[in-house]
Design a protein around this ligand. Structure first.
Ligand SMILES: [Zn+2]
Length: 259
């Protein structure tokens, strides 16, 4: 929806959002794929998404099968080519402003695209529940490794390299299907959720548990819950305010604000 054709109802919702943000002391933000669609990152839930072309490779298979690892890296590099030109959206920039204002201590995200950091938020303030796909890590010693040299080796030899530090298996630093949720990120997300008086769920359909429990935890803890999403979500009935619209135009007014 172009911003010029906002309905009166949506304008009211955005005004209400602005006053909730203004009154809040501590804001927890929680983002999903919807904040990155304007950036050109495919939403894996849409029917034509390239993410849907393949069955996910379970973490167990990745660990046990060299062929599964080769297939995982082939897919990874093909996907990287698709969203190589992705840039932060207006939603990412608005979140960066809220964080710079000091009211939002950190952003919790289900996204792996690193665009929130690219929008100017320090990595330490991005709580990544599903990891980060812009680099790799060793599954044994956890050392971070950059994708560029891994890809070079892969393209020359047909095999991903082993960890140069310990010889362990390298994997994109994302949380795969079947892999445990990252404890530290989950703990920090829970802390922020309990500390906030305003919880903003942005661009997420809120169906992926356990992450989707955070909005309810905030609500049960006395916080105000706002859901901003293009589509209805399972938790709309629990929200104090639902803003049904595209993330970019809805959050654009918050870019550069210091309240
Ligand atoms: Zn290692």
């Amino acid at each position: 929806m172009p911003s010029g054709s906002f309905g009166a109802r949506l304008m009211e919702q955005i005004d209400e959002l602005a006053s909730l943000v203004e009154r809040a002391r501590v804001i927890a933000g929680f983002t999903g794929a919807g904040i990155s669609t304007e950036s050109g990152v495919p939403d894996f839930r849409s029917p034509d998404s390239p993410w849907r072309r393949h069955q996910p490779i379970p973490f167990e298979a990745f660990l046990s099968s060299p062929e599964a690892r080769r297939e995982a890296w082939r897919r990874k590099f093909a996907m990287d080519d698709i969203y190589r030109d992705a840039r932060p959206s207006r939603g990412h920039l608005a979140i960066a402003s809220l964080i710079n204002s000091g009211k939002m201590p950190a952003i919790i995200t289900q996204n792996i695209d690193g665009l929130q950091q690219e929008a100017g938020v320090p990595a330490a303030k991005v709580i990544e529940l599903h990891g980060n796909g812009t680099y790799a890590a060793c599954l044994s010693c956890r050392a971070r490794q950059e994708l560029a040299w891994i890809r070079e080796v892969f393209e020359v030899t047909g095999d991903p390299p082993a960890c140069p530090v310990c010889g362990g298996i390298l994997k994109s630093a994302t949380i795969s299907f079947g892999q445990a949720m990252p404890e530290e990120a989950m703990r920090r997300a829970q802390e922020l959720t309990l500390a906030c008086d305003l919880f903003l769920a942005i661009g997420t359909s809120l169906v992926v548990y356990p992450a989707a429990a955070f909005p309810l935890i905030a609500k049960q803890n006395g916080g105000t819950l706002v859901i901003i999403n293009r589509e209805p979500t399972d938790l709309d009935a629990f929200a104090d305010l639902v803003v049904r619209g595209e993330i970019g135009p809805v959050l654009a007014p918050f870019i550069g604000r210091r309240d």
